[in-house]
Ligand binder design. Structure first.
Ligand SMILES: Nc1ncnc2c1ncn2[C@@H]1O[C@H](COP(=O)(O)OP(=O)(O)OP(=O)(O)O)[C@@H](O)[C@H]1O
Length: 700
């Protein structure tokens, strides 16, 4: 029996009943027009791909130095590793398994361990070597410290014996990067960065590594010594750099990134501190270099040459919060666009001295920074910058995951901001000039295409997001704008007509209920509660073998929970959380649970996961807007949306592959500012039925 527990009951007329028996929809009503506000997406029956466990369990990732410590150990820019926008989890990288592993939230314990490691590294147990000689290198005496990162300490090495050169492999002065064998990045052998240098050594714009090896307790890289970082230059220049200087940095940095990308890697941590100039007083003092390959990863598979697969793990964050791309915040697989977005923030920072998302603190800093990045349009961010900077930002934030950047075009944006006399330029732009020669040849091919659809832009909107699946003709009915007091009678009427509730949703504290004849349920109960979510009642029903089949939260914190018999589930678990609980979902996936319903109440998430849900694999798309690209990519890989929920900030989609491989469901989505009555009827006429619905954040 339905158990109605809502507090306030008002009676008011509602526009809430529509019914369909698909076969009965009059032909004249078919194809009814859509409101202008609707945005539709659809996938037309592509064949689902075979089960790919890599989508389900963390897949091997090339990068990894166990940078989990960064989450606790933020530098002046809040460089952080491990806390994504969706959760508070921390992530480290297990070098042995080469897998991303999620570390529980044991902040204090981790922090203690980290300090211990630092003491060991610098303490008396393993004093730094006084002299260094690696394989057949000259011998160097350790001199002054050049810098210290989260992992390595970098010292000047002064040659004491062997070698005669002023530069190169036997230079009088080199940079020695030392990492203790017990350090965070060395648990399984040499630092990950060494592997990357093995492939990338000699790449344009990277310092040359001349020797690498272990001496005593330290892994040591011997590399070209460089000068100040762009952060140092900016700082000693009243925290502001000229337009010409930043334009030169832009073009040279783009060509360095182009060369790195050509070798199949993305840098993953582009920021002012990682660009160094050549040694002052040397012929290279105006030359730009990119250092720190500890977060570099492949965007192109080494063996096949194919672009790496798209994925999103919303609690995996790698990089530096201030400069990270929005995709990096959201835990998407890194690709070339991310380095360029970070470069855009770097350039604007150097030019303007500040970025609008500086100053956030606290546990959900990553979330707040990402939200602010999404809410700041290129016009706003670049309102005090010369036009090329805005154009650059617009181009790079509208790139697709696997899109090849048009480096030539990006460089050419800054053409007019750079002086024509090479010797007077504040930064050498040798790399960009080489690209310039190519530019002449390629210019005819440029700009032949259509104007690009803007991915990131659009004004934030609260909309209905409805998802439709193709299925055999059946009876479906919807009610919307339903007040608490009217719920019971609609449900009862539906039950009399042989219908069960298949989905529920809420907008402005009124309910939407979808009832249909195709659920397979044999019995159903529901509760309207002021508790999100009401544990005692749910457990009571679990005891009676009912399982949660749909759930909706209202912005006032009320919840509507529907539980049914006749489901395939044999175990269930749910979680209420202030942030999207990806870490928990990930853990439950590994235990054989799949998300079967999901909702929000205000900014809180409620997620229900079940065993024996009939899915073979499941992924998440979470964004501050409608994640169109991600959904299309998942559709193409055979996934279909099986749950949706949204707050006023974020929309989340759960996409699943079915165990029944023959299943070939056509799916469409719609975004409308009003409840999609007309559209639903239109869909019914094509045997498309609402499979999931929610109200929340999109862009219009
Ligand atoms: N070749 C070099 N020449 C001069 N200084 C250098 C060189 N390489 C690194 N440094 C200095 O040492 C610092 C730390 O180096 P690096 O960023 O490679 O270490 P890390 O431990 O990987 O740092 P992070 O925590 O940023 O990843 C740099 O910020 C820079 O100031």
């Amino acid at each position: 029996m339905p158990d109605l527990r809502s507090g306030v009951r008002r009676s008011k007329r509602i526009n809430d009943i529509q019914e369909n028996a698909a076969a009965l929809v009059p032909a004249t009503r078919r194809g009814a027009g859509r409101g202008d506000d609707s945005k539709a997406q659809a996938i037309k029956s592509p064949s689902p791909k075979p089960y790919n466990p890599a989508f389900f369990y963390p897949r091997p990732r090339p990068a990894g130095r166990g940078r989990g410590a960064r989450a606790m150990n933020q530098d002046k820019n809040g460089k952080l590793f491990g806390t994504g926008v969706g959760g508070r989890g921390r992530v480290g990288l297990d070098l042995a398994a080469r897998e991303v592993v999620t570390i529980p939230d044991e902040v204090v314990a981790e922090k203690g361990a980290e300090k211990l490691a630092a003491v060991e590294e610098e303490g008396s147990a393993s004093p730094l070597p006084e002299k260094v000689q690696i394989s057949n290198s000259p011998m160097y005496k350790l001199d002054r410290k050049l810098g210290k990162g989260g992992f390595g300490q970098v010292y000047v090495g002064r040659r004491v014996t062997g070698g005669t050169g002023r530069t190169g492999p036997d230079a009088f002065e080199v940079a020695l990067k030392l990492e203790h064998r017990n350090g965070k990045g060395c648990s399984y052998g040499p630092p990950y960065e060494w592997q990357v240098y093995s492939t990338l050594n000699g790449c344009y714009g990277l310092p040359l590594v001349h020797y690498k090896g272990r001496q005593g307790d330290y892994y040591i890289l011997v590399m070209d010594m460089l000068g100040p970082s762009l952060w140092d230059v900016w700082n000693s220049n009243s925290q502001m750099l000229s337009e010409e200087m930043v334009s030169c940095i832009a073009v040279e940095a783009i060509s360095i990134l182009e060369q790195l990308h050509l070798r199949g890697f993305v840098h993953g941590d582009v920021k002012p501190e990682n660009f160094l100039l050549g040694l002052p007083g040397s012929p290279n003092e105006k030359k730009l270099y990119l250092i720190d390959l500890g977060l570099a990863s492949r965007w192109r598979e080494a063996s096949s040459g194919h672009h790496v697969d798209y994925d999103q793990k919303p609690d995996v964050f790698r990089g530096t919060v201030r400069y990270a791309s929005v995709h990096a915040h959201l835990g998407r697989t890194g690709s070339r666009r991310d380095d360029l977005e970070s470069l855009a923030y770097t350039l604007i920072f150097l030019l303007r001295g500040k970025l609008p998302w500086q100053g956030f603190i606290g546990e959900n800093k990553g979330f707040l920074v990402c939200k602010k990045k999404m809410a700041t349009s290129p016009e706003m961010l670049c309102c005090l910058c010369p036009p090329p900077f805005q154009q650059f930002l617009e181009m790079v934030t509208n790139m697709r995951f696997d899109e090849e950047p048009n480096y030539i075009k990006l460089i050419s944006l800054f053409d007019n901001s750079i002086g024509s006399i090479a010797s007077l330029r504040p930064i050498r732009i040798d790399g960009a000039l080489k690209v310039g020669q190519k530019r002449a040849r390629l210019s005819e091919q440029e700009d032949g295409g259509q104007p690009k659809k803007k991915v990131r832009l659009g004004s934030p909107a609260m909309q209905w997001i409805s998802v439709y699946n193709s299925r055999a003709s059946m009876k479906q009915r919807y009610h919307y704008n339903v007040m608490d007091s009217r719920l019971h009678q609609h449900v009862e009427k539906g039950r009399e007509d042989g219908l069960y509730i298949s989905c529920v949703a809420s907008s402005t504290n009124l309910w939407a209920i979808i009832m249909d004849a195709g659920t397979g349920f044999t019995s159903q109960v529901y509760e309207l509660s002021t508790i999100f979510l009401h544990k005692e009642w749910i457990m009571e029903q679990w005891d009676k073998n009912f399982y949660i089949t749909s759930v909706a939260g209202a912005s006032n914190g009320n919840a509507l929970v529907v539980m049914s018999k006749g489901t395939p589930y044999n175990q269930q678990s749910y979680k209420v959380s202030d942030v999207f609980p990806f870490k928990w979902i990930n853990k439950k996936w590994k235990e054989g649970f799949f998300v079967t319903s999901m909702t929000t109440a205000g900014s809180r998430w409620g997620i229900v996961m079940s065993r024996n849900a009939g899915f073979s694999n499941q992924v998440v798309e979470l964004d501050f807007l409608y994640p169109s690209e991600g959904i299309h990519r998942r559709w193409e890989s055979g996934y279909r949306i099986t749950s949706t929920a949204a707050t006023a900030d974020q929309a989340a989609f759960i996409l699943s592959t079915s165990k029944r491989r023959t299943q070939d469901v056509t799916q469409e989505t719609l975004r409308t500012s009003a409840f999609p009555c007309t559209h639903v009827k239109d869909k019914w006429s094509k045997n498309l039925y609402i499979a999931s619905i929610c109200y929340g954040r999109t862009v219009s």
